[in-house]
Design a protein. Structure first.
Length: 26
């Protein structure tokens, strides 16, 4: 359960970082 809770913010950070990264890459 702890791992799942830790994955939530990690996924949010990944989504937030991937969007600008794709925009800059494009």
């Amino acid at each position: 359960i702890i791992a799942v809770v830790a994955l939530i913010p990690y996924r949010l950070l990944a989504a937030r970082w991937s969007q600008p990264a794709v925009a800059v890459g494009a």
